[in-house]
Unconditional design. Structure first.
Length: 598
């Protein structure tokens, strides 16, 4: 049964009666009231649709507008439809779906912005709240199924009430092709703040209030799970709103924005210079960075990294667990062995290709050596053959597909980010050519300081607005919060070396006891949020719930290699940094039980 928003429904159904005591028959005198009945999910859902006036004043933010509240029947999983950008739709139990918005405002660009959200309230509720993190620059309300990073099912299927939101801007409404397309929100100070940090606390607290209205009680425990920008959002909660969540999974966090965008510029300039040396110039006069390395070239690099580092953890198994030892100095001899002694072939690399990789992996810096972001660990997830094809996760981010059909994500995301999240945003047309031109003309020595500067319109620097890299988690710890940070060692956009540096700083601030409430779990071989030659299937939600509710700290998380890997079904323990998985010396190397974290 589907119930749509009914104008004036509050005059027919007493809102407080529906939510707290049951139905009241209009016109019935108090003495004639029958025994109070528990309101049905349909009635409770209808009542949420009727929220207005005085009822809104009792909520965390009275700007709330509930645009619809609908009871949806249970549905099976649906495969992705041809041409769909949303992918497959997971199975869903019966639930009340609430759509709404908060804090609508008119931007200085003349556009109307609001924090739009979707909240799903299952009729068979487990008493918990799950906030679903977003990705990229967001701008979409999200499915609110409760995607669990690297797990096959969803939080909604497990009985959680689930929220997703668009971070205060709508890609379908607020996009401007002459101002970086869907990143145009960055030109408006309030929309910029909403994306950076301001939309999260109000949306979470509003969801908790709606949960209490619908069920008659608030959640017993609240969890946040997200990856990439979702990981950054998790860090935002721990740092700015530490009392909202009991457990946070902040995977592959974009918490140092916009510094990684500086690295994207650095990498793009390095690959562009290589393209120039190789004579790879496109019809538009710009370097074809996508052709600087073939898939076979990157497979050679992966082989060299394995040759140099696979055995550093005591076992040659195609995985580099001791990745902190896999330095440029360690890898260089194996890479140099791959350098062509004659003309370039598929079985060798040019000296310029090797030198460019070293430049990229050693990190973005100014000419005086000042680091602008972080260096990168060498790992086998940079490439390699799998089945009838090759791994694409690293190359798509860094240089794009070899055929040019998929441009480098570093360019199409890094260009807009670097041109918008500065002291004075610079309008660019929304196309890869404009972004690449901007990045190639970027002066790393002079322009990079603009992310820390402010002007009269933007009273906080881009770093202050979007960064979530604070090492002060004392309030979150005092609340009793727990955090898990999984990240791929082969993540091509957010360096795990930077995340490790952050964790070390947190640990120092906590006098060596950071692991009491926050643990970092590197995933060797894994690319950004998943993929790559890795054991990238694991259940971080079970781990964080067990820590929060049962006091069982995750000393290891069992992870499995999927069908996209060289070893389908292989299992390994993910170990909390600085521990790594080491083979016990006996038993199958395909079984996690034969490995210990030490």
């Amino acid at each position: 049964m589907r119930i749509r928003h009914l104008a004036g429904i509050a005059t027919v159904i007493g809102l407080g009666s529906i939510l707290l005591t049951g139905c009241v028959i209009p016109g019935q005198k108090p003495a004639e009231k029958q025994a109070k009945a528990t309101p049905s999910p349909v009635e409770r859902c209808m009542a949420l649709a009727a929220l207005k006036g005085k009822a809104l004043k009792t909520l965390p933010d009275p700007s709330l507008v509930v645009t619809s509240a609908t009871i949806n029947p249970a549905t099976p999983a649906k495969p992705a439809q041809p041409g769909s950008r949303t992918g497959p739709v997971p199975a869903m139990p019966e639930h009340c779906e609430v759509l709404g918005q908060l804090r609508q405002h008119k931007g200085i660009d003349g556009q109307t912005y609001a924090i739009k959200f979707r909240l799903r309230l299952p009729t068979d509720w487990n008493g918990r709240f799950f906030y679903e993190g977003s990705g990229g620059a967001n701008g979409t309300v999200g499915l609110a199924a409760g995607r669990i990073v690297n797990a096959p099912d969803t939080a909604l299927e497990r009985g959680y009430a689930v929220l997703s939101q668009d971070s205060g801007h709508d890609n379908a409404v607020n996009s401007n092709p002459d101002r970086q397309g869907t990143i145009a929100f960055g030109f408006d100070p309030q929309a910029r703040r909403d994306y950076g940090y301001a939309s999260y606390g109000v949306s979470a607290n509003t969801a908790k209030a709606l949960i209490k209205l619908f069920y008659g009680r608030g959640p017993e425990h609240s969890y946040f799970v997200g990856c990439s920008n979702g990981g950054r959002e998790g860090m935002i909660f721990a740092q700015r709103y530490p009392e909202i969540f009991d457990g946070i999974v902040a995977a592959s966090p974009a918490f140092a924005l916009p510094k990684p965008a500086l690295a994207e510029v650095w990498d793009t300039q390095a690959f562009a210079q290589l393209a120039g040396k190789m004579g790879l110039i496109g019809g538009n006069g710009l370097p074809d960075i996508n052709k600087t390395y073939s898939d076979k070239d990157l497979a050679l690099v992966s082989q060299a990294v394995l040759q140099a580092c696979d055995a550093l953890d005591g076992l040659k198994d195609g995985m580099i667990n001791a990745f902190t030892k896999c330095t440029t100095d360690q890898v260089s001899p194996a890479l140099e062995e791959k350098i062509c002694q004659g003309p370039k072939t598929d079985s060798c690399l040019t000296a310029d290709q090797v030198a460019t990789l070293k430049r990229v992996f050693n990190g973005a810096h100014k000419s005086d050596g000042t680091m602008l972001y972080a260096n990168w660990p060498w790992d086998r997830g940079i490439g390699g053959k799998i089945g009838n094809g090759y791994y694409q996760g690293w190359r798509i981010w860094k240089i794009g597909s070899y055929d040019g059909k998929t441009p480098a994500i570093n360019v199409v995301l890094g260009g807009p980010a670097m041109s918008v999240f500065t002291d004075t945003p610079k309008p660019l047309h929304d196309d890869p050519t404009s972004y690449l031109t901007f990045m190639l003309n970027y002066d790393m020595n002079k322009d990079s300081d603009s992310i820390y500067a402010t002007n009269d319109t933007y009273t906080k620097s881009a770093w202050d607005v979007v960064s979530a890299r604070s090492t002060d988690l004392s309030a979150f710890k005092a609340h009793g919060g727990k955090m898990i940070v999984p990240q791929g060692v082969s993540d091509p956009i957010f360096s795990i070396d930077d995340t490790i540096d952050w964790w070390k700083a947190v640990n120092k601030r906590q006098d060596g006891h950071a692991r009491d409430f926050v643990r970092l779990f590197p995933v060797p071989g894994m690319n950004h949020c998943g993929g790559g030659p890795a054991t990238d299937e694991f259940d971080s939600l079970v781990a964080i719930v067990d820590w929060v509710e049962n006091g069982i700290a995750p000393d290891r998380i069992r992870a499995i290699a999927g069908s996209h890997t060289p070893w389908p079904g292989r299992s390994r323990p993910l170990c909390p940094y600085p521990q790594i998985a080491e083979y016990r010396g006996s038993g199958s190397i395909e079984d996690a039980s034969n490995f210990v974290c030490r």
